[in-house]
Design a protein around this ligand. Structure first.
Ligand SMILES: Cc1cc2nc3c(=O)[nH]c(=O)nc-3n(C[C@H](O)[C@H](O)[C@H](O)COP(=O)(O)OP(=O)(O)OC[C@H]3O[C@@H](n4cnc5c(N)ncnc54)[C@H](O)[C@@H]3O)c2cc1C
Length: 419
């Protein structure tokens, strides 16, 4: 995704001084600042009309700091595909999304839900420190001991509190995984989804799976597909862990193999100009009612429904340990409608679409998979306590809300001290 929109100035940062320069430029001119790492913002937050666009792709260096501990320093402008390939020769991997071209900066700051999420947690759970340039232009190294409130806020708070230039992360000792795709005859999808949910509830944490239901399009028929990743190169173990998935319906194709971890990341990009309406709900219990509400969305308009299995290591972290608070989520229910350039814009959540009927089963939403239609979407992403704490961190580090081209949490002072 390379569309910039029409910013007045584009700063291609190569150093942290360039980042500070762009911040000063925008602040002094009183114009909006837009930050971009991989450029994959679903909400279009890294595409600007007017103001300064800060492009971080030049900050892409990846340095192995400590091989034994898997500690690595990653430039926010790198992509996850590059990170995967760079770490693979050392037998290391970081679970972070499913797409090679997605940026380290945007995905990690939102949380990061990847193919080994149930085994190694969110991408933010691997972060042990970061360099952040704050709204005053100061470069800070943050971790659990230094600016701990800022460190808390960058792990889930999106781009709200500063520009992250590097992330120190601890990679897992993974070189190969088993990756598979099961496709089913599209018949009783309700039974298929309920069966997938039941399987998830007793599933091995090494297994992460996504069930996607796609509508019929001019390009092809409707499909029901489960993609899965077993976070070890153990073919027999993976066969056992996925046996229940093969009994969920009539299987049309069942392919899996041991592959290097970087190979599981797809190269696909959204076609240029494609219009997307996208919502998601993080649900503590994927009840039959929640499933029925999600499937009913397809009655109003062609809709992609994707269910991502969570739980496992996501639950091992306390809800207040990072700004990603929905640690009790069993699954993420995602709905998307698309339309080509020039066609009427697709929507979700308007009257008649009944996204609300799905959302009420969740505790909130994942920031990475939200379109930009709701200007107050941050209220969905951050539960009230998290929102208040983020607003207080924001007031301390970005009191003028310079970083607002995001799912924004405006600064607000509270009577409570920032922890
Ligand atoms: C094809 C596709 C597949 C995806 N798959 C996954 C997935 O598997 N798992 C998942 O969790 N998410 C996924 N996402 C969502 C993705 O995490 C978000 O869209 C994320 O914002 C993209 O990161 P980016 O760096 O490419 O985006 P950008 O568009 O560059 O950034 C998005 C926003 O994040 C903020 N930001 C980015 N970098 C920085 C920085 N260094 N410092 C401060 N703020 C910053 C800014 O507000 C910016 O506007 C996917 C998105 C797409 C389009």
């Amino acid at each position: 995704m390379t569309t910039y929109g029409t910013p007045e100035t584009v700063v291609h940062a190569r150093t942290t001084a360039d980042v500070a320069g762009a911040i000063h430029l925008a602040r002094d001119a009183g114009v909006p600042l837009t930050v971009r790492s991989g450029g994959h913002s679903v909400a279009g937050h890294s595409t600007a009309d007017g103001g300064v666009l800060l492009d971080l792709r030049g900050l892409h260096r990846i340095t192995l700091l400590d091989r034994a501990r898997g500690r690595v320093r990653i430039g926010a402008g790198a992509t996850w595909g590059t990170v995967g390939r760079r770490l693979a020769p050392y037998g290391l991997a970081i679970t972070a999304g499913d797409t090679a071209s997605v940026g380290v900066g945007g995905l990690t700051l939102g949380g990061g839900i990847g193919w080994m999420v149930r085994r190694y947690g969110l991408a933010v759970d691997s972060v042990v420190g970061a360099h952040v340039v704050t709204a005053d232009g100061r470069l800070r190294h943050v971790d659990a001991a230094h600016d701990p409130d800022l460190f808390w806020a960058i792990r889930g708070g999106g781009g709200n509190v500063g520009v992250v230039t590097t992330l120190d992360m601890e990679a897992a000792a993974v070189s190969e995984v088993v990756f598979g795709v099961l496709s089913y005859e599209v018949r009783d999808v309700g039974a298929l989804v309920r069966g997938w949910r039941d399987h998830l509830r007793t599933s091995d944490d090494r297994l992460t799976s996504v069930l996607a239901l796609t509508p019929e399009t001019p390009m092809g028929p409707a499909q029901a597909v489960v993609q899965w990743c077993f976070a070890e190169p153990d073919h027999a173990g993976a066969t056992r862990a996925t046996a229940g998935l093969r009994a969920l319906g009539t299987v049309l194709a069942d392919e899996y193999a041991v592959v290097p971890y970087p190979d599981v990341l797809e190269e696909h990009d959204m076609p240029e100009g494609m219009q997307v309406a996208m919502r998601n709900a993080l649900v503590p219990a994927l009840t039959d009612d929640a499933i029925d509400a999600a499937l009913a969305l397809r009655d109003a308009a062609p809709t992609v429904i994707a269910l991502r299995g969570l739980g496992g290591a996501v639950r091992w972290v306390a809800p207040d340990a990072t700004a990603f608070a929905h640690r009790d989520a069993e699954a993420m229910v995602l709905a998307a409608r698309m339309a080509p350039p020039g066609a009427p814009a697709p929507s979700l959540g308007g009257s008649g679409d009944d996204w609300e009927a799905v959302a009420r089963h969740g505790t909130g939403a994942y920031v990475g998979f939200l379109d930009g239609a709701d200007p107050d979407a941050a209220r969905l992403v951050y539960p009230p306590e998290t929102y208040a704490r983020l607003a207080a961190v924001k007031a301390a580090y970005d009191p003028d809300n310079l970083f607002r081209s995001n799912h924004n949490v405006p600064p607000a002072r509270t009577t409570e001290p920032v922890r």
